[in-house]
Design a protein around this ligand. Sequence first.
Ligand code: IVH
Length: 673
Amino acid sequence: MGTSAIAAEIDGLRRSVEYHNHRYHVLDDPEISDADFDALFDRLVELEAGHPELVTEDSPTQRVGGAPLDQFETVVHALPMLSLDKCTNESGLEEFDERIRTRLGREDALTYTCEPKIDGVAVNLRYESGRFTLGATRGDGRKGENITSNVRTIKAIPLHLRGDDHPAVLEVRGEIYMPKAGFLAYNEAARARGEKTLVNPRNGAAGSLRQLHPKMTATRPLSMFCYGVGEIVGNWAPAAQSEVLARFKEWGLRVNPDADTVNGVEGCIAYTRRTLEVRDELPYEIDGVVVKVDELALQRELGTVTRKPRYAIAFKFPAEEASTRVLAVEFQVGRTGAITPVARLEPVFVGGVTVSNCTLHNMDEVERLGLMAGDRVLVRRAGDVIPQIVKVVGPRAKDAQRVVMPKRCPECRSEIVQLEGEVVARCSGGLYCPAQRRQAIRHFASRLAMDIEGLGDKLVEQLVDAGMVDHVGDLYRLELEQVVELERMGEKSAANLLAAIEDSKETTLERFLYSLGIREVGEATARSLARHFGTLDGIRRADEEALEGVADVGPIVARNIASFFRQSHNVEVIAALIAAGIHWPDVEVVVEEQPLMAETWVLTGSLETMTRSDAKSKLESLGAKVSGSVSARTSRVVAGPRAGSKLNKARELDVPVMDEEAFVEFLERHGVA
Ligand code: IVH
């Protein structure tokens, strides 16, 4: 093949690779398989290796990362990169709208383009004759750092603009960010390799772009949304922000699909509400919404003051991370005696609420964080998720205290024990421990248990502290005169409480069983036990083997149940409750012919029409046991897409396999679909 034929093939391959890159990384809509893409790419690498003189800087093979730098050069931006005024509530948006309409002398509603405010790194990309020539950070707005070779490694950023109608020079502004999924995957892999993890996606993006070695940047999952222009030389004069975004898309630049052009401030407010609602489900992190006057002529008329344009505003959402100090680490006792370290924090506003406590889960977590009392920490609260300490930050105070698991329970002074192989340490005090007692009572009264309305945390604490209730049986001995004595308790609410306690006497066996708070016996297990044995006595007398015969009872739960009934004080409490008048109708024992009685099934891969736990409970309702691993005793394997080693094992052992469609049909036939 002559050189010109090779040059032509190289050129064709580059175009194909760029085309498929764009489909995959910009449009999220690939046309060919990864393997086919790799074949194209490998062929290009091969040809270039044989003809180094044909290699150009903007070949897609050159993305992988060039030579390391000593330092980043400074770049003076052709046009300054501005920052934004901000507001934190809807009246801030209304004032912004009012301000500009007054300034423009406009009575009618303006058109705005609203965009998610991406939590990443602001950059400027320069394209000359459609070729990517320069990538720079925002820096102080006037000058930033030249990060061209790092930017080149990001596949969502085109090395060439598509089409031929772009201006001679086009500067594109936008945000380089790390998608949430990429961040999680990166951290998982880093953890597995024993390497340092990234704190959050924004730090991840910033750190990745600051690598002097582009090969490092190339390994990081980065992407970009383009949202504005810098210098333009040539034949393009966009009329509106919405037009800028539309043209960007045509030129192959990645634009946020969640941007929207709306009417008036009402449209902006609706947009911010919508966005706040879906914030946690977005595949990227945001810290707010940016509202921009859509028409660029109006933007020019409004102008800029001290580097902040009058025509745009950032509506900041509550930060999901904030730093604060750990004042102390205390230990709490749970219902089952589990001792949990809890950080008491200097109160901090994060994720829309003030956080002053934060669970540390267990001592393994304290160790992983390397946390000492007195440390400054980064606290994260996203959506409804309970607050978490992400990491220790800043220098350590001299008087920082090591966190040590106490030897004795902080509530009852009983010994704390940690069984071998368990992460959780427990108070050995059982119902002697007031903390465990309080929570046992709270659980007993809860909605799915005995359902005593009005008996909440505060009241339980008062009753226990006043010595009126030691264990749940005492609830049924409470007198009106006693209860009215409690602080903030009127005659009426005292009478209501006693009526609710009285009502609770009429219950069901499954509720009663659940209310006893046997470790790991939830409502579903309580129901199975009731239906299997029919009477409380039957359950009490059952040994571990008999208990394991119940649908969702495994060896650990069976041991918990048996050991609960072996303890005489538990039996006494139950006797007292029954003597107080708690009763339930007999349960019909279900010894139905269960079709899958002797079978063990394994679920593997993902299911599309139901969750795994749904599938599991459906199988269990037919009497099957559901196991996590395939063995010669496995009766059947249900394999969804992406099933892996378990499916192979099943084939090896000749275990029958069904796909999801067959499985759903099977469930339908058995009336449990
Ligand atoms: S527009 C003149 N749009 O927010 C307008 N900025 O506080 C300048 N940002 O430095 C910025 N998403 O890092 C704009 N859709 C978006 C944005 C956005 C994130 C960041 C950007 C900028 C900062 C301004």
